[in-house]
Design a protein around this ligand. Structure first.
Ligand SMILES: *Cc1c(COP(=O)(O)O)cnc(C)c1O
Length: 407
């Protein structure tokens, strides 16, 4: 039983936490939001770095405007791999040559799940969890239907023992989210990988809510495949391209299903027939989206500069403050904490349940505080360590308590 303070931290104490926050200076590296706005949704859409605006202007004027098509040979073609390696070293715990940036998370899921199923012929089941993000579930269901496979659903949040019970000789692939988009609970990646591998299956992790918020150890944990988006904690911009990770030892055997010219060996030879490119480049399909890619690079550079361990530490402190204020202010107003209390077991958002969550979150937005509503009854407070201050958390929860007390 943890002992909880009965009296919440004061606003001055929250300001003092900002005063001693080693990452506080990063807030100025982002474009300002509307005056007075409290943004607690950086885990749905991260804020724009100032460097991104400058880089995009330079790209349009110089690389695109003046150099035109020559720019493809002056660095554009290298962007998917270069930025993949940058994400890998900044926050995925992955050696170079295994990560590449392209497409949306949804399309990346389709490509890698499909490749994994082909790599396990004769096995006819996919394991995933009922609480996984909708797009992840739909891609699994679509591929299962088109291939005549079964889906085995984990009904609770993924624990190694429960996964161990679901997998077997029929399992081709287990696909899960590392940090739950709903509760922020972190799954035990290494222990789950071990259970899945013991059954002879492959594992694919969705890192959308991990990348840029907590350290990930893809190589050390034995992960086979991973995907993640770059517009949440990596601040890559709306609809920014996603990343795919394929462990080096699997790369030659993996065949992704969308055979396009950019994923072919020597694309400009324009040969008959498809031969995959070497290494992780074989995961590409069509022409890279350069505007989106350079924006991702600027976002990831800030994460690399701040350091993922420092980001993680601030994330734990921000979420701890939100939980403390929940306990002191919200618990008696009909709220229930959805996020794990153990700081080692949660990512960088805090979710609170309330029977009238939809209505409360609308009123909160009207009051200039932006959270996320997740049906049916969850308000999600995204705390982005590079852009969210302790005072933001205090003010946001103070507004929520005022609104909830009045309904
Ligand atoms: C945000 C998110 C996605 C988004 O997928 P898109 O293809 O970018 O729309 C997918 N999976 C998870 C777990 C997410 O949190």
């Amino acid at each position: 039983m943890t002992v909880r303070r009965q009296v919440a931290l004061s606003r001055d104490e929250a300001l003092a936490l900002d005063g001693s926050d080693p990452l506080a200076g990063f807030r100025e590296r982002f474009l300002p939001a509307e005056a007075g706005l409290i943004y607690l949704d950086g885990n749905s859409l991260g804020r724009p770095p100032r460097a991104t605006r400058d880089r995009l202007l330079r790209l349009v004027e110089r690389e695109w405007g003046e150099r035109l098509i020559r720019s493809w040979d002056e660095g554009w073609f290298e962007l998917p791999r270069r930025i993949g390696d940058l994400i890998a070293s900044a926050c995925l715990g992955a050696a170079p040559g295994q990560t590449i940036v392209a497409d949306s998370t949804t399309v990346c899921l389709y490509k890698l799940i499909s490749a994994a199923l082909d790599a396990r012929p004769g096995r006819d089941e996919i394991v995933t969890d009922r609480h996984n993000f909708p797009t992840d579930r739909y891609v699994v269901e679509g591929l299962a239907r088109s291939r005549g496979l079964g889906v085995r659903w984990l009904e609770e949040e993924p624990e190694p023992a429960a996964i161990g019970e679901l997998v077997g000789e029929r399992t081709a692939l287990v696909t899960l989210s590392h940090v739950s988009f709903r509760s922020a609970a972190i799954a035990d990646m290494a222990a789950i990988n071990e259970r899945v591998h013991a059954a002879g299956a492959l594992v694919l992790w969705d890192l959308c809510h991990s990348a840029g918020s907590i350290p990930v150890a893809l190589d050390a944990s034995g992960t086979d495949l991973a995907v993640g988006c770059t517009y949440k904690f990596l601040n890559g911009g709306p609809g920014a391209p996603a990343f795919m990770y394929a462990r080096e030892e699997h790369q030659t055997a993996l065949a992704q299903p969308i055979w396009g010219w950019i994923g072919r060996r020597d694309p400009f030879e324009m040969e008959q027939g498809y031969v995959p490119a070497d290494g992780v480049s074989a995961l590409l399909s069509g022409t890279p989206g350069v505007l989106g890619l350079v924006a991702v690079e600027e976002g990831v550079k800030l994460v690399a500069e701040a350091g993922i361990d420092a980001i993680h530490e601030k994330g734990r402190a921000l979420t701890a403050l939100a939980i403390e204020l929940h306990d002191a202010w919200l618990a008696e107003l009909g709220f229930a904490l959805v996020t794990p209390r153990d700081p080692e077991r949660r990512g960088a958002h805090v979710s609170v349940g309330h029977a009238r969550a939809r209505e409360l979150s609308r009123a909160l937005i009207d009051a200039g505080v932006i959270p996320d509503f997740r049906p049916p009854d969850v308000i999600r407070l995204g705390l982005s360590p590079l852009t969210t201050s302790f005072a933001d958390v205090w003010d946001g929860l103070d507004a929520l308590r005022g609104i909830a007390a009045a309904v």
